[in-house]
Write a protein that binds this ligand. Structure first.
Ligand SMILES: C[S@@+](CC[C@H](N)C(=O)[O-])C[C@H]1O[C@@H](n2cnc3c(N)ncnc32)[C@H](O)[C@@H]1O
Length: 236
């Protein structure tokens, strides 16, 4: 979308509001509850409250039983830990912020799965071993497009904003390089983001998106529809 359009501005303003409403305050580690468990939270990390997509996606996505699961942008590590607790033999979790990595490491330990959850600070796939391959790769992506010149000043902003949707575009273009034969690439999107843009980015990456599941929730007084898509290459 044209970054000067009214709709773009409206979404961006909502993103700014969510940063203020959902961003953690204070400097001391705390805990939160989700999915019947208690989780560590290092300030700066996205805290997935009830009503956020994390709660629904974590229960809805197809985990590879006995297989290798890669979560991009793991935040506090809820989905990564859940995957390890629900049959994945190996989980790699990456995030671009140190605070998320710190939270996810703590949560793997707290829930006794540190032997099979590896957490890395990485911009998408950048810090993975080039030989790494996975049965399923998943990203609950940062869904609101920020202006191309946006400067990230707080870790938490990475959980809401994607500058010009460049990270999402790279994810769609690169994710299939990390799959084992028969592996699956997944991405989330929700109604706070620009559905036309994700369709455009998928086409530019020569991929197709198939809706696997969706659910409606209320988040901070706003109705949101969460969707999980499978990404398939058009020409491989
Ligand atoms: C919507 S949040 C989801 C967090 C967590 N997976 C959850 O569901 O609660 C998106 C996450 O992606 C991370 N992220 C954003 N851009 C990234 C990038 N280029 N590489 C890796 N992680 C990124 C953010 O820091 C944030 O933790």
């Amino acid at each position: 979308m044209d970054q000067t359009s009214e709709k773009f501005e409206e979404r961006y303003r909502l993103g700014q509001k969510l940063v203020e409403q959902l961003g953690t305050v204070g400097t001391d580690p705390s805990t939160f509850e989700l999915l019947g468990r208690e989780w560590d939270l290092v300030p700066g990390t996205y805290a997935p409250r009830p009503g956020t997509g994390t709660e629904w996606y974590t229960g809805a996505i197809p985990y590879p039983s006995g297989g290798r699961f890669l979560e991009i942008g793991c935040g506090a590590g809820v989905t990564a830990v859940w995957a390890a607790l629900h049959g994945c033999a190996h989980v790699t979790a990456t995030d671009i912020t140190d605070t998320a990595v710190d939270s996810a490491v703590r949560n793997a330990k707290r829930h006794g799965v540190e032997d099979r959850v590896r957490v890395l600070r990485s911009d998408l796939f950048a810090e993975l071993d080039p030989a790494d391959r996975f049965d399923t790769v998943f990203w609950n992506c940062s869904v609101i497009e920020a202006p191309r010149e946006f400067e990230f000043t707080r870790d938490f902003e990475w959980a809401i904003f994607d500058r010009g949707y460049t990270a999402l575009g790279r994810y769609l273009a690169e994710v299939h390089d990390w799959l084992l034969p028969g592996g699956r690439a997944l991405v989330t999107f929700n109604s706070l983001g620009d559905a036309d843009r994700i369709a455009q980015l998928a086409a530019e990456a020569d991929t197709s998106l198939t809706l696997l599941d969706s659910a409606g929730r209320r988040l901070e007084g706003v109705d949101v529809t969460y969707k999980v898509f499978e990404i398939t290459p058009n020409s491989r």
